[in-house]
Design a protein around this ligand. Structure first.
Ligand code: HEC
Length: 136
């Protein structure tokens, strides 16, 4: 009996070991999607298409796909100006997103730069840190 119990326990342990794999580590883009939904979606919409005349799209704009430093600086600083983006003006303000950590900005921008049809390279926390240092 004891042997049977041991065998059952052992096989249960082995089964657990095989099937209870740790969750795959979330990558930057996955974390960025969640951040986007929390901090950006209300204005830029879930497909990044924005709201005409109010909030610009994040689809293949020169800001999103262009120089990473300029993009990071933008997101950290926001703006209250009426800004022209790819030939159209938008009246709403973008609040500074500087309360987000370097890694969070990196993740959300990695998500934005590789979603909505965008195919630009990832942004790293180190890159965000470097830009933040120039703003303060
Ligand atoms: C309250 C609304 C609002 C929120 C929240 C917001 N934005 Fe914006 N965003 C704007 C507006 C409005 C502009 C256009 C500039 C202006 O008129 O102030 C803009 C412009 C931009 C631009 C540059 C222009 C373009 O379309 O490429 C980027 C990039 C951007 N936002 C990314 C983000 C990201 C990433 C987040 C979340 C971390 C975010 N925004 C959150 C309103 C918002």
């Amino acid at each position: 009996m004891k042997k049977a119990a041991t065998t059952i326990c052992l096989s249960a342990a082995i089964t657990l070991f095989i099937f209870a794999k740790p969750l795959p580590q979330q990558d930057s883009k996955t974390r960025g999607k969640a951040l986007y939904e929390t901090y950006c979606l209300t204005c830029h919409q879930d497909d990044g298409s924005g709201v005409p005349h109010l909030n610009p799209p994040l689809i293949k704009t020169t800001w999103v796909t262009g120089d990473k430093k300029r993009l990071v600086k933008w997101v950290l600083s926001g703006t209250t100006d009426k800004v022209e983006i790819d030939g159209k003006t938008y009246d709403n303000n973008m609040p500074p997103q500087d309360y987000l950590k370097d890694q969070e900005i990196a993740d959300v921008l990695t998500y934005v730069r590789s979603s909505f049809g965008n195919k630009s390279t990832a942004v790293t926390a180190a890159e965000v840190k470097a830009v933040r240092a120039t703003i303060k």
